[in-house]
Every structure is written in structure tokens, then in C-alpha cells.
Design a protein around this ligand. Structure first.
Ligand SMILES: Cc1cc2nc3c(=O)[nH]c(=O)nc-3n(C[C@H](O)[C@H](O)[C@H](O)COP(=O)(O)OP(=O)(O)OC[C@H]3O[C@@H](n4cnc5c(N)ncnc54)[C@H](O)[C@@H]3O)c2cc1C
Length: 368
């Protein structure tokens, strides 16, 4: 278990005073950024609306520690994924685990990229993989299969780790309902801070006008399966386009998601996406499940021999309207408010560097 200690500060001249910072939201981004800023010596207060951390999207990901294989059509996302994967392994080696047979298969029909183009892009990005025979995994209707090194994110472990690490800094069940920027300080629920860092992934309208005008919100459904005997070392992702992934979840379960069937809609606000989730019932989830399973068995007829349906979970994904397939992190600042738009989990490092850059600019403004 890590320990957070602020660097010793001296009262003499030449030393920077800590900033008093409000971090809003305690998912992967809020927790990682807060812990880094505490290490930098700042006075950090983490506001989380819910009584626990990791209850937003961070608690319901597919747990893929991305390396870039999922993004053959966005070089920017591949670059962020490769760098982020390596930073994640170096920083949180205990929060990821390898998957022995992590297979990406290129669909023979309807793939946006053919197998040759896909593998050329992947190889040119410097990503390592091994060609494997689709037959060895009982796959059908695919024209290539690659064994890759993407890992499993250990989300339950991350939640425990940050809950303990940030215990003195967390304000759980304390939503920020009002954020006001006076120009020389920012007030969160009436309390003064030098700056506020919005890590809510666009979920909160209470934090004022978002600097992004092009966000939309996707309610998403993820299916959970029991595996008997346990299939902890096998993952299958069919690319490139409207296909699906089967990914380990823990030692006994896997998740099933589908590019076509996981999104339940597309909304202009987080609240509308949550309303769509709350309208789901047994019948609508069964329809989604039937559609997803039908998609899987076209490529992996033995799916039902390994996995039995157990449950479904829903969460909200925030996306930017854009013609590209980029899934990148982005940081913007308005006055004393810094807005963090999450990419993938492993872009927390890139986001933290940018937040630090913005805080340095705020500090310069304070000293002016
Ligand atoms: C279905 C799905 C699958 C995904 N799979 C993967 C994957 O396999 N790998 C990967 O890398 N990424 C994946 N992602 C993306 C990943 O979930 C995000 O990158 C990441 O979780 C974003 O973290 P966050 O901290 O920005 O947001 P969140 O985890 O959503 O945290 C935001 C927090 O803010 C809190 N909050 C909101 N409003 C307020 C307020 N006013 N005051 C205080 N607190 C507030 C919320 O309660 C929440 O805890 C997936 C996303 C979805 C939806």
C-alpha cells in the first residue's frame, strides 16, 4: 500500500507555497491526479458526490489496459495508449495482470480494415504481437488472429488502493453543487480554493458551462458471464468495426461488450443517459443479450461451452462529437477551473502532466 507524503517545505524565500485545490470526482482521473498533486505538495481536497470512490465509469470499464490494438484508425489514440500502457506498468505494476491468450481477430467480412492493412498499421506503430492460427482458438469467419500483450486492469484493487491512499483527503457523499470563479479564487460550495479540477467526465452541470460544446453521453450495457472451469487467461476482441469483445473480469467471470449493442442511445446530457439506463428492464436487457450472443457465436461458436450468462451492468460513456475515431484525453482551462476530459484509463498520466502545466500558469497569475 502506498503512502502519500508531501515534500518538506521551507519557509525561506524561493520556495513555492502549496496551492489549495478542489478535485471534483473520485474515479480513475480524480484519484490519480489528486494523489500526484498531493505528492507535489499541494493542499488537495477531493469531492465525490457518492459515498464511495470509483462508482462512475471507472467502476464499470471493460478492464482493458489499452496498448493501442483497438485503435488502428487513430494514430493519436495509439500513441497515447502505448505511452500510457508503459507509464501504467511502471507506476501501478500491482494494478494490472497479463492475459496469456489475449487475441485480436480481424473479421473476414465487414471489417473496416482488411487483415493486411490492420497488421501493417499495428506493426508500424511498434506494437509487438504474435500471429496465431484462428483454428487454434476455434474461431470462424476471421482472416487473421494476433496474440497481444494488453493486460487486465484490476479495478477492485485500484478502488481499495485509492480509498486507503486518499482517505485523509476524500470528502465522500459531498457533491459540488456550485462552483464560482471570482477571477482570483474559486468557490466550491462556498469554500475558497486557488483552483478546481473537474474530473467528473462531463457528468456535472453544477460545475458551470463545459468548455466542450461537442460532448454527448452514451448509456452502455456490459454483460457478465460465469466461466466454468475458470477461463481467466483468454480474451477475444474482433476488429475492426462493429464487432465485440470477450474480456476477463476476475478469476471466474468475463465481460461481453459489443460496438453495436453496448450503447443504448446517444444523449445531449448525462441525466438523459442515466434516465435511459433506469428504463431498462428484464425484457430490454434480454434483447440486448440475445443480439450480442448471436454476434459472438458467428465468430466463436464455442462461446456457450465456456461461459454462462450471469448479470448485466450499465454505465455512461462520455464522448466528443468528431468525425475521427480518436479516444483521447483532453484538458482545458477557464480562469481557475481546469476541466479534464478522460480518454482511456491509461491516459491519466498525460492528463496529470497537462493539469500540472495549467497549475503552473495559475501560480504565475497569482504571483503577478
Ligand atoms: C462501458 C465502458 C467500458 C469502458 N472500458 C474501458 C476499458 O476497458 N479500458 C479503459 O481504459 N477505459 C475504458 N472505458 C473508459 C473509462 O471508463 C474512462 O476513461 C474512465 O473511467 C474515466 O474516469 P473519470 O475519473 O474521468 O470518470 P468517472 O469514473 O465517471 O468518475 C467521475 C466521478 O465524478 C463524480 N461526480 C460527478 N459529479 C460530481 C459532483 N458534482 N461533485 C462531486 N463528484 C461528482 C461521480 O460520482 C464519479 O465518481 C470504458 C467506459 C465505459 C463506459
Amino acid at each position: 500500500m502506498g503512502v502519500l507524503t508531501r515534500p518538506a517545505r521551507h519557509s525561506g524565500s524561493g520556495h513555492l507555497e502549496p496551492l489549495r485545490l478542489a478535485v471534483v470526482g473520485a474515479g480513475w482521473y480524480g484519484c490519480h491526479i489528486a494523489s500526484e498533486l498531493i505528492r507535489d505538495g499541494h493542499d488537495v481536497h477531493v469531492f465525490e458526490a457518492k459515498p464511495e470512490i470509483f462508482v462512475g465509469a471507472s467502476g464499470y470499464t471493460q478492464n482493458r489496459l489499452h496498448q493501442g490494438f483497438h485503435y488502428p484508425r487513430s494514430s493519436q489514440t495509439r500513441k497515447q495508449s502505448i505511452t500510457g500502457f508503459n507509464q501504467f506498468k511502471a507506476t501501478y505494476p500491482f494494478l494490472g495482470r497479463p492475459i496469456a491468450d489475449n487475441i485480436y481477430a480481424v473479421a473476414a467480412v465487414d471489417s473496416l480494415l482488411d487483415a493486411e492493412t490492420y497488421t501493417q498499421i499495428i506493426a508500424a506503430s511498434g506494437l509487438e504481437y504474435e500471429d496465431v492460427e484462428p483454428d487454434a482458438f476455434h474461431l470462424e469467419n476471421v482472416s487473421a488472429a494476433l496474440r497481444v500483450g494488453e493486460e487486465l486492469l484490476l479495478t477492485a484493487g485500484a478502488k481499495d488502493y485509492f480509498a486507503e491512499l486518499l482517505r485523509p483527503y476524500l470528502r465522500l457523499g459531498d457533491p459540488v453543487v456550485e462552483l464560482k470563479d471570482s477571477g482570483c479564487e474559486v468557490f466550491a460550495n462556498g469554500e475558497s480554493f486557488d483552483a478546481a479540477i473537474d474530473c467528473t467526465w462531463g457528468a456535472s452541470t453544477a460545475l458551470g458551462e463545459s468548455p466542450w460544446t461537442d460532448l454527448y453521453f452514451e448509456p452502455c450495457v456490459t454483460l457478465l458471464y460465469d466461466s466454468e472451469p475458470p477461463v481467466r487467461d483468454l480474451a477475444l476482441t474482433v476488429v475492426d468495426g462493429p464487432f465485440f469483445s470477450v474480456y476477463p473480469y476476475d478469476d471466474e467471470h468475463c465481460t461481453l461488450t459489443s460496438v453495436t449493442h453496448t450503447p443504448l442511445g446517444r444523449h445531449g446530457s448525462y441525466e438523459q443517459a442515466v434516465a435511459t439506463i433506469s428504463r431498462q428492464d428484464g425484457a430490454s436487457l434480454t434483447a440486448v443479450r440475445t443480439a450480442m450472443e448471436r454476434q459472438v457465436v458467428d465468430y466463436w461458436p464455442g462461446f456457450h461451452d465456456h461461459f454462462r450468462y450471469s448479470d448485466a451492468s450499465c454505465s455512461v460513456k462520455t464522448k466528443m462529437r468528431s468525425g475521427s475515431d480518436a479516444r483521447i484525453a483532453s484538458i482545458r482551462r477557464t480562469g481557475r477551473q481546469i476541466y479534464v476530459f478522460a480518454g482511456k484509463v491509461n491516459t491519466i498520466f498525460m492528463a496529470t502532466s497537462e493539469v500540472r502545466r495549467q497549475l503552473a500558469a495559475i501560480r504565475r497569475e497569482i504571483l503577478r
